[in-house]
Each structure stands twice: as structure tokens, then as C-alpha cells.
Design a protein around this ligand. Structure first.
Ligand code: SF4
Ligand code: SF4
Length: 102
């Protein structure tokens, strides 16, 4: 019971970070194709490790954790691209609705 306040504090910090927006409005965006190994049942988190801003998050799913790109955090820097063993990541223009909202 004594560590409960720490857990709550950590949860608040996590929620704040998940809403963080660091990407410039006009920045391109990383996109992960279905050829990603994680979508095919092979454990891989190389892209997450390469992403310094922490824009690549994994969600649990049947068959293993699957990556997604947090558009508000991705800067389009491309650091995640060369390490992907499946060449599944490309840098694409940000969708118009996102650039218009920013
Ligand atoms: S590095 Fe490539 S294959 Fe591995 S999880 Fe990321 S997108 Fe998928
Ligand atoms: S392009 Fe850069 S910021 Fe975006 S997911 Fe890849 S490494 Fe992270």
C-alpha cells in the first residue's frame, strides 16, 4: 500500500507524455507497412529502439506486439528506416487533416 502514491504519480506522468506533441506541423511521418515482421508473428522492436523521440509504440495483439507511429510525436527524421529488417518503414507526407489542425 505504501507505494501506491508513486504508482499513481507514474501513471499521471505516462498520460502526460502520451499526449505530448513534438512534431512540427509540416513534418513528414513514418509509416509502417504490413510487411513488418511484428505483423507476421516475429518479435521485433528495432524501430522503437531507434526512435529517440519515442514515437513508435507497441500495442499487444493476438500473435504478439505490433508497432504504430504516434503522429504527434514523429518528426519524420527517418532514424527508424535503415534498421528495419523488413524494409517496412517509409517516410511519407503528413496527411492534410493533421497539417491543417496544427
Ligand atoms: S523494425 Fe521493421 S520489422 Fe521490426 S517492428 Fe519495426 S517496422 Fe516491424
Ligand atoms: S521518423 Fe524519426 S521520429 Fe518518426 S518514428 Fe522514425 S525515428 Fe521516430
Amino acid at each position: 500500500m505504501s507505494d501506491q502514491p508513486h504508482r499513481l504519480l507514474g501513471r499521471r506522468v505516462f498520460l502526460f507524455r502520451s499526449q505530448d506533441t513534438t512534431a512540427p506541423a509540416c513534418a513528414p511521418l513514418a509509416q509502417i507497412a504490413p510487411s513488418c515482421l511484428a505483423f507476421r508473428g516475429t518479435a521485433c522492436m528495432t524501430c522503437r529502439d531507434a526512435c529517440e523521440p519515442g514515437a513508435i509504440r507497441f500495442s499487444l495483439a493476438i500473435g504478439g506486439a505490433r508497432p504504430r507511429v504516434e503522429a504527434g510525436i514523429c518528426t519524420g527524421c527517418g532514424e527508424c528506416v535503415p534498421g528495419c529488417p523488413a524494409s517496412a518503414i517509409s517516410i511519407v507526407p503528413r496527411p492534410m487533416e493533421e497539417t491543417a489542425d496544427a
